[in-house]
Design a protein around this ligand. Structure first.
Ligand code: BG6
Length: 524
């Protein structure tokens, strides 16, 4: 199967046209949770963009399923509004006529077997989709097992043989949204529930960070260039920082966030996925199994976080924080405890930082620092590889403190690109040095808009390419690593929350966390 990342020779490496078209086979997309926020904000705008880019088969169909008392007309109107709001452009009337005709809505209770009978009938009526069905679990996570079980009971979990296009057997797949469990036990249980009905090959656990162009490009950067891989190891790298900072608060998601917190919401999925791509060994091929094997191997080689009840031991591995009132872009904002649906004495963390050690030959002794927080001064996600300082400085009057170590920064968003910082001589008769940057910007180099992560991932799932989705063992390995910390934090509520002001770079303890080792966080 052609992989998403199979390198494509381009006429000019930087100013190319589109890669060869990848387009989806005919299929029906069935969205459970069709009246929810994710469908309106992300899924349907992504599907619409794929249709506009002619990446969908003309006989494509969408079935929205939810318990909201809507009909198909209402579903269409809500989605049209969502597309206009979240793509920033009103729907194209010609395209919309055809697109909306392919949409239908089924109202029902997820626990009710009759809903699945009606769904079966609706799918049977879609003769042009060749029997291919992609289910999408966009409901609240507590309903995932319910929907999966009912799909199995209604025999909708397997394609009916012989219904496919000539020469192709039809397929049935299921995309599972995050959060994938809330700790190791619940993730294992969810995997079991899924495996009782679906084969692992049918299951696509989505993490939208893996669909971001800049994250996918880390693989290309590392493995399609000859000069970086030889220095991508403990001999040359001092440490690595992975930052996902957000200036937004928790918006209207207080109820969800009170259950989740920064470690579950961001670190245990998005940042761990990015880490695995940054640090894994070269896969034998760019295909789903070898890439996912390497990622899991990497997560399993991370040293377990302290298993003790000693807060001082844990403090060497992790810091947590919660924002209080403050200012974002000059405007006052409330603290976490004043947000809607948040307990006034909540101890939920909105900031988390981890120090991880990877125990293998490539990375032994190189700390990986991960941090993510809400209400930080700006929205920025990046990976910074800080190299070791030169072993010896031969310049008179210049001490080690005059030299900034080389830093390679992969900017995931915004201002997507890659830069390498190195020392240069300031022009003049004095010997003065200053760091300068070699910079690559996606925008100016390619001049192509980047697809939204959900577009890439939905198209991959329709094409049966699971490389950018998490396998069951990845989900479980991440929870195996993070669950002891979650448990320690739950058992030892913080006494100093809120401990950072909205609009600051997180708690003081996070700076001390690195300062203890003679390092500091980058200010992106
Ligand atoms: C989601 C989290 O998975 O990712 C949110 O639940 C977070 O809390 C979002 O805001 C960040 O995604 P992005 O693509 O805006 O960086």
């Amino acid at each position: 199967m052609a992989s998403t990342l199979a390198p494509t020779p381009l006429e000019h490496p930087l100013r190319s046209g589109l890669p060869p078209e990848r387009s989806a086979p005919p299929c029906a997309l069935v969205i459970f949770g069709a009246s929810g926020d994710l469908t309106r904000r992300k899924l349907m705008p992504a599907i619409y963009s794929l249709a506009r880019a002619q990446r969908l088969a003309p006989s494509f169909a969408i079935v929205g399923v939810s318990n909201s008392p809507w009909d198909t007309e209402r579903f269409r109107a809500e989605i049209a509004d969502g597309i206009a709001t979240f793509t920033g452009t009103a729907v194209d009337p010609d395209l919309w006529r055809d697109f909306s005709a392919r949409m239908q809505y089924l109202e029902g209770t997820f626990e009710d077997p009759a809903l699945y009978q009606r769904l079966g009938q609706a799918l049977a009526g879609l003769t042009a989709t060749s029997g291919n069905v992609l289910f999408y679990l966009a409901t609240s996570p507590s309903l995932f097992p319910v929907v999966v079980e009912q799909l199995g009971r209604a025999h909708l979990h397997r394609a009916k043989p012989g219904e496919g296009e000539a020469g192709h057997e039809p397929w049935t797949r299921i995309i599972v949204e995050k959060p994938f469990g809330r700790d190791l036990d619940s993730a294992r249980k969810l995997n079991q529930q899924l495996h009782q009905v679906f084969d692992e090959e049918q299951i696509y656990r989505i993490d939208h960070y893996l669909g971001k162009e800049t994250v996918r490009n880390i693989l290309i950067f590392r493995f399609a260039n000859g000069i970086f891989e030889p220095i991508w190891n403990r001999r040359y790298v001092d440490h690595v920082q992975i930052t996902v900072a957000e200036s937004i608060g928790i918006e209207q998601r207080g109820r969800y966030y009170e259950e989740a917190g920064a470690l579950r919401d961001m670190i245990a999925n998005h940042l761990m996925q990015v880490l695995s791509i940054v640090a894994m060994e070269a896969p034998v091929r760019f295909a789903a199994t070898p890439v996912r094997d390497e990622k899991v191997k990497l997560i399993r080689s991370i040293k377990p976080l302290a298993a003790s009840n000693d807060p001082a031991a844990w403090a060497r591995y992790a810091v947590r924080g919660q924002y209080g009132p403050g200012f974002i872009s000059g405007k006052p904002v409330v603290g976490y405890r004043e947000e809607p649906n948040v307990a006034r004495d909540s101890t939920r963390e909105t900031y988390a930082a981890l120090r991880l050690e990877i125990e293998n030959w490539r990375w032994a002794g190189v700390p990986f620092y991960l941090r993510s927080g809400k209400r930080l001064p700006k929205r920025v996600s990046e990976v910074a590889i800080r190299f070791k300082s030169p072993p010896y400085l031969m310049f008179d009057n210049l001490g080690a403190e005059a030299i900034d170590a080389n830093v390679l920064v992969m900017r995931i968003q915004p201002d997507e690109g890659i830069s390498l910082r190195f020392e240069a001589k300031v022009p003049g008769t004095d010997m003065r040095l200053r760091p300068v940057n070699m910079d690559f910007h996606y925008g100016s180099s390619f001049g192509e808009p980047q697809p939204e992560a959900y577009e890439t991932l939905l198209l991959d799932a329709m094409l049966g390419d699971g490389m950018l989705f998490a396998r069951y063992d990845m989900a479980e390995s991440v929870w195996a690593l993070t669950t002891p910390l979650l448990e320690f934090w739950e058992a030892n509520p913080p006494k100093d929350f809120p401990n950072y002001a909205a609009g600051s770079w997180g708690p003081k303890a996070a700076d001390e966390f690195l300062a203890r080792e003679g390092r500091e966080w980058r200010r992106p």
